[in-house]
Design a binder for this molecule. Structure first.
Ligand SMILES: [Zn+2]
Length: 68
């Protein structure tokens, strides 16, 4: 069963650190917040994609721990 309602996005960086962006529902919006740096923003569409972008750009964290 695919996880269509993930509440967070986690990625490893090349130093083996795990970075997590939490996704919270807030009406029609989703609010993203990063554990590592405190970054947050709202996203109405594709919040997980924006979370992945932040993890890649801010933390160079691109390795999906849930990938096979
Ligand atoms: Zn961050």
């Amino acid at each position: 069963m695919p996880q269509t309602n993930r509440s967070k996005v986690s990625r490893w960086d090349q130093h083996g650190r795990l970075h997590t962006v939490h996704v919270r529902r807030s009406g029609v919006q989703r609010t993203l917040s990063c554990d590592t740096c405190g970054w947050h923003r709202g996203a109405q569409f594709l919040p997980w994609l924006k979370a992945e972008e932040h993890l890649a750009e801010a933390h160079q964290a691109t390795v999906d721990p849930t990938a096979a």
